[in-house]
Structure formats: C-alpha cells, structure tokens
Design a protein around this ligand. Structure first.
Ligand code: FAD
Length: 383
C-alpha cells in the first residue's frame, strides 16, 4: 500500500526507505535516550535533498510539490521514526514555508538555503503556557523601539525548540480590543539574539527523540528587517498555511497506521495460540479487514485533498476533516494492533509499542480534534 502511486514519487520513496533503513532505524533508540536527534542527521537529510524540497532551487530547494515532502513524513512515521518526521515537517513545511510565503527575497536568501542543507534548524513558536487553541489571545509582545523589535513573553511545547537556530515567532504588535486577531505579527528570531533562551526539553509520553521545549524572550532585540510580511497580518498568514500543515499531520497518521497494520499482519501470521495462527481467529481477521478498509478510505480522501491543493483550491475544511479522521482512525487502529500483539505489544522493542506512544499527540497538536470539529461545523452552519 502506498500513499501515492506515481512512478517518480515511488522512486523517491525508495531512496527515502533506504536512508531510513540504513541511517535512521538503527540509531533511533539512542536518539530517544538522548531526547534529541543529532545535528548530523539534519545535515545528512539536507545532502539527500529531504529538507525544504518544496522551496525554489534559487533558495536551495528542489522546487518539488508538497506530495514529495508528505512521502518523507509518511515513510518515517511508518518505520516508527516519528520524532524525525515531526522535526522535519516543522522545519520544512512550516518554518521555511512561512519564510517563503511571507518573506522578501532577501529574507529567503538569508535563511532558507541554510535550512535546506540542514546547517540551520527551524521551529515555529505559537503556543504559550496560557494559550494554545485560542491562538488569537497570545500575550507575547513585540514593540518597535528605534530600528529593533523588542520581544517579551514565553512560548511552550515548541518542537525542535532546543536545536532550532531560526524560529518563526508569533507575537502581538498592537492591542486591538475586541479584535484580538488583528494585532498579531510574525518574526524570525535567530538563536544568538540577545534576550532569547530555551528551557530544558520536556519529558513526554511519546516522540522521545523530539526536543520539545519552552522558549523565553526577555527584552529580546530583533532587527526591524526580521518582521515577516506586514505587521498585524500574522493571524491571516497563519490561517493561510493551516490547510497544508493539517494535511501533513493526516499523512503522518496514515504512515503510523500503515506501519501498525503491516507489523501486526506479520506478527499475527507468525504467532500461534491454541495451535492456530492468531490471524486465523475470526476476531483477528475482522479487525485486520477493518484496518485495510480504513487505510484504503483514508488514502483515497488524502489523495483527493492533495489533488485539490495542487489545483489551487482552498483545502482549509477538507484538511481539517482529513486530520480529524486520520488522527482518530489511526489511534483506534494502533490500539487494536497492540491488542493483537498481546503482552509483547506493551514492550518497547516492538514497533507497535512506539507507534502507540507516538500517535497520541496527533489528536492534539496542529489543532485539537475538537477544534477540527469547530472548523468543519463553521463551514456548514451559519451561526
Ligand atoms: C508534542 C507537542 C508538540 C508541539 N509542537 C508545537 C510547536 O512546534 N509549536 C507550537 O506553537 N505549538 C506546539 N504544540 C502545541 C499544540 O499545538 C497545542 O498543545 C494545541 O494547539 C492545544 O493547545 P493547548 O495545549 O493549550 O490546549 P487547550 O487549548 O488548553 O485545550 C484543552 C482542551 O480544551 C479543548 N478546547 C479548547 N478550545 C475549545 C473549543 N473552542 N471548543 C471545544 N473544545 C475546546 C481542546 O480541544 C482540549 O481538549 C505542541 C504540542 C505538543 C504536545
């Protein structure tokens, strides 16, 4: 089963799979122990053209469409390298993409080529300790003083937060009572900026090799030219990218679901109880049949969303449906797969155990399942 069937994408998928088998899978357990991926992985991925590949060649990218980045995250997730998939997606499809969409030619030239080769790592900082879903109500402030923006505030749960060199930060530039969306802007903050610091990595349920942490801005002085686009337009910019970001999460969920399905098919075909293959029990067969059906349905819908996106259609609502459906479906599917493994499914050395831990967050980040329902409901109801 493949996410896309085009020959060129399948060829690219082969290259990714070889890299995952040789360089990622054997090292992932040690990255999990360290709680972070080494920089060398980023450089290797950059060399192979796996970072920022949707960016134009003049900025170090390959000028490919978003199906090519999706296939990287899908294959990494399928193999259980979830932290790597999330790290790369945040770096390439979020951080670099914001710079590409809303930055000037000079800004793109300054930051994207270093991100494309893996020399510099990207992160996006929206969430704050008191505000996640209700993003318009952030309190991190940016004030223009002379030719610098002075940032004060705190961000939390930031993926790649410890390694990031280039951070797109969402901050309030204007108090707009009654219209909180209006006074928000995006800035690029570089790690060595005075007044910027990051906290320790959080201990998490899953994504153990992901460096998720807090970021602090204390009179952090950012050059005036690091504002992305226009002041006050930040919220609109965030909304513009949400479709492709959420579709990316749906793809990752499908990767995890496929990985779980394949490993469970193999396990239940080999393991025996009562003198029979586990897979031969009616309950197992029906569960596996349901999984196959869900995978087929999910891929068909996601392929449709990508077609529409590449045709330039607005996918805000369909990507929310894809994220909601794929995250909820994969969560149930992986739970069923773990059950079919019996006690071995609870052991760390089994892929299904890691998929179970790593999948849970898919229903939370990038907008929770409840927020996805809000988006869909808004599109069908007038109030
Ligand atoms: C591992 C991980 C990585 C992350 N990476 C990043 C990152 O790189 N950058 C970043 O900026 N953020 C990141 N986040 C933050 C993530 O996007 C937020 O956690 C998420 O948006 C939810 O916000 P919250 O945690 O504040 O929950 P809250 O907004 O406090 O929500 C709590 C509960 O209330 C529900 N709720 C809230 N509002 C409504 C409503 N209107 N209707 C119904 N129910 C509602 C939610 O669905 C949820 O169930 C990450 C989070 C995690 C766990």
């Amino acid at each position: 089963m493949n996410l896309f069937e085009d020959d060129q994408i399948l060829e690219f998928q082969d290259t990714i799979d070889k890299w995952i088998t040789n360089s990622v899978t054997p090292n992932h357990p040690s990255w999990e122990k360290q709680g972070i991926m080494p920089r060398q992985v980023w450089c290797e991925a950059g060399e192979l053209g796996l970072l920022c590949l949707t960016q134009e060649e003049k900025y170090g990218g390959l000028g490919l469409d978003f199906r090519y980045s999706a296939i990287i995250y899908h294959q990494l997730m399928k193999a259980g390298a979830s932290a790597t998939a999330v790290g790369f997606a945040v770096h390439s499809d979020l951080t670099a993409n914001y710079i590409n969409h809303f930055g000037t030619h000079e800004q793109k030239l300054k930051w994207i080529p270093d991100m494309a080769c893996g020399k510099k790592i990207g992160a996006i900082a929206m969430t704050e300790p008191a505000v996640g879903s209700d993003l318009a109500n952030i309190s991190t402030k940016a004030e223009l003083v002379g030719d610098q923006w002075v940032l004060n505030g705190q961000k939390t749960f930031i993926s790649n937060g410890m390694s990031a060199d280039i951070i797109v930060v969402v901050a309030r530039t204007e108090a707009t009572p009654g219209k909180p969306h209006a006074g928000i802007s995006l800035f690029v903050v570089e790690r060595d900026t005075p007044g910027f610091s990051s906290g320790n990595c959080f201990n998490k349920l899953g994504l153990k090799a992901q460096d998720t942490c807090e970021l602090f801005f204390e009179n952090c002085k950012v050059p005036k030219e690091n504002l992305l686009g226009k002041a006050g337009e930040g919220f609109v910019y965030l909304m513009k990218n949400l479709g492709i970001e959420r579709l990316g999460i749906a793809v990752m969920c499908m990767g995890q679901a496929l990985g779980a399905f394949e490993t469970t098919l193999k396990y239940t075909s080999e393991r025996k109880a009562f003198g029979r293959q586990i897979a031969s029990f009616q309950n197992s067969k029906y569960k596996l049949a349901e999984m196959k059906m869900n995978l087929d349905v999910g891929y068909a819908y996601i392929q449709k969303c990508y077609r529409e996106f590449l045709e330039g259609k607005d996918i805000t609502v369909s990507a929310s449906s894809a994220k909601l459906w794929a995250s909820e479906m994969s969560s149930k599917l992986i739970d069923d797969c773990l059950q079919l493994h019996g006690g071995y499914g609870y052991m760390d050395e089994y892929l299904i155990s890691r998929l179970y831990r790593d999948n849970r967050v898919q229903r939370i980040y990038g907008g929770t399942s409840e927020i996805m329902k809000e988006v869909i409901a808004k599109s069908i109801l007038s109030n």
